[in-house]
Design a protein around this ligand. Structure first.
Ligand SMILES: *[C@@H]1O[C@H](CO)[C@@H](O)[C@H](O)[C@H]1NC(C)=O
Length: 222
């Protein structure tokens, strides 16, 4: 490699990173339609309106109903969120159904009947994990005791921060991510390509994500 290339490449790299950072804090937020405080209130209202022994499925039905009332066409699906897929990422395995996916945001129900534990992943997006049922444990590398999140709580994982997390059997959450969503997709997909080889699940996940992103672009939602 020529010396000039060695000098220019890092400069290009740092300028690109700088631009990405500026766009992340100035332009991207203008395209956000979801608000984590509104979502947390929807979850809390849903929990308060249900019997104390309501099931995870009942909580999700109630939250979905309120989400449709609040966000209309950006959420609404003909038959509600019926399509669940496995998600293998960061060594954890769970199930999810996509409520909204666009280039700058996604909103999903994520959870696990069986229980799971793994790495949060390194994301160029802010993540808000609002517990619906059960609980989530999480910790930074230096933690000796786990952070614990219960129904109605929000676990905010700022972009670039990594944690280990666990959800015991039967736990479910409403997850909002805001940032460079396409940059998160490799984390969500790579274990299906290199490990589980669950090509049917892979196809369904790609399909539902693509349909959502294209549909929202059509609605003018970046
Ligand atoms: C662990 O690391 C975080 C961030 O690096 C820091 O804010 C926190 O104080 C640390 N906690 C302990 C117990 O050292």
């Amino acid at each position: 490699m020529k010396t000039s290339t060695l000098v220019i490449l890092p400069i290009v790299f740092y300028v690109a990173l700088y631009v990405a950072e500026v766009v992340f804090t100035t332009i991207l937020p203008k395209h956000y339609i979801f608000d984590h405080v509104v979502l947390q209130n929807i979850v809390k209202e849903s929990l308060n309106s249900l019997e104390i022994d309501a099931s995870a499925a009942q909580v999700m039905d109630k939250v979905y109903e309120k989400l449709v009332a609040e966000y209309g066409k950006f959420i609404e699906q003909p038959e509600g969120p019926k399509e669940w897929v496995f998600n293998n990422a960061g060594g954890a395995m769970g199930s999810m159904t996509i409520l909204h996916a666009s280039l700058s945001e996604y909103l999903i129900f994520f959870g696990t009947a069986v229980g799971t534990e793994g790495h949060s992943g390194t994301h160029y997006a802010d993540d808000y994990f609002i517990i619906l049922y059960g609980e989530e444990l999480a910790g930074l590398p230096n933690a000796t005791t786990a952070e614990r999140y219960l129904p109605g709580d929000v676990h905010h994982l700022p972009y670039g921060i990594n944690k280990q997390y666990a959800m015991p059997s039967g736990s479910f959450a409403l997850e909002l991510a805001q940032g460079y969503i396409p940059s998160m997709l490799p984390f969500g997909f790579i274990q299906m390509i290199t490990s589980t080889l669950d090509y049917k699940n892979f196809g369904r996940t790609v399909y539902f994500t693509a349909v959502q992103m294209i549909r929202n672009l059509y609605l003018g939602k970046v």
